[in-house]
Design a protein around this ligand. Structure first.
Ligand SMILES: CC(C)(COP(=O)(O)OP(=O)(O)OC[C@H]1O[C@@H](n2cnc3c(N)ncnc32)[C@H](O)[C@@H]1OP(=O)(O)O)[C@@H](O)C(=O)NCCC(=O)NCCS
Length: 188
């Protein structure tokens, strides 16, 4: 099963072969990948997509292609995904995003992320969604803040998949809580 979501300007759909070229190009744009430890070979890009699709089959959701409805263009990838690495919150659901540079500055990441959070809470029954990045990734942190996610200062962590001593290893963590989950205040 795969999530199909539509917003005013965007569509989230299943991976198609035509997504590979723009996805791989995005993974090799040094500006897009400024806060990632490596650029990807073609084989690595294919492996990542295969892992997302496998996770989608198993969990019902993962990172998926983000499409501009007006043009059909591949914007990037975005999704809810179970955290598989162990940094104290394995099995939690994260939200993440990555877009080709020409689509930055239009509110696209926030638009689909908002729809994904709503879907995650209302349909999938999630009680919490987390997001994380390196402290210097201001654009990604601004998306988290625009979504109303709260920084958890005490929950900063070293990413276990990044080598010890690497400057991109320390991460900040943000949380979004389901509207009806305990500890949140319902509007009167
Ligand atoms: C992180 C990333 C997805 C954010 O992209 P973005 O375009 O800055 O974020 P949004 O799509 O939410 O757009 C918000 C921007 O669009 C502007 N905008 C323009 N039209 C808008 C609209 N209709 N609605 C909302 N915002 C709009 C906002 O003012 C904002 O710009 P600002 O932050 O300069 O003030 C993008 O920078 C990226 O792909 N980075 C590389 C990959 C990466 O680091 N991913 C995160 C890993 S943790």
């Amino acid at each position: 099963m795969v999530l199909i979501l539509e917003t005013d300007r965007l569509l989230l759909r299943n991976w198609e072969e035509q997504d590979f070229a723009p996805y791989h190009a995005m993974n090799n744009d040094p500006v897009v990948c400024e806060y990632f430890p490596d650029l990807h070979t073609e084989g690595q890009s294919r492996k990542v997509i295969a892992r997302y699709r496998e996770q989608e089959q198993r969990e019902g959701y993962s990172f998926q292609p983000l499409i501009e409805r007006a043009t059909g263009a591949f914007v990037g990838d975005i999704g809810l995904a179970r955290v598989e690495f162990d940094a104290g919150f394995q099995g939690a659901t994260e939200i993440g995003w990555m877009m080709q540079r020409q689509f930055w500055g239009r509110g696209y990441a926030t638009e689909m992320a908002r729809a994904l959070l709503d879907h995650g809470f209302a349909v999938l029954g999630l009680t919490e969604v987390i997001a994380f990045t390196v402290p210097a990734n201001a654009r990604s942190r601004r998306v988290m803040e625009r979504l109303g996610m709260m920084p958890d200062e005490a929950a900063g962590f070293d990413h276990p998949n990044i080598a010890e001593g690497h400057p991109l290893r320390p991460h900040v963590l943000y949380r979004a809580t389901a509207p009806s989950a305990p500890g949140t205040v319902e509007p009167a």
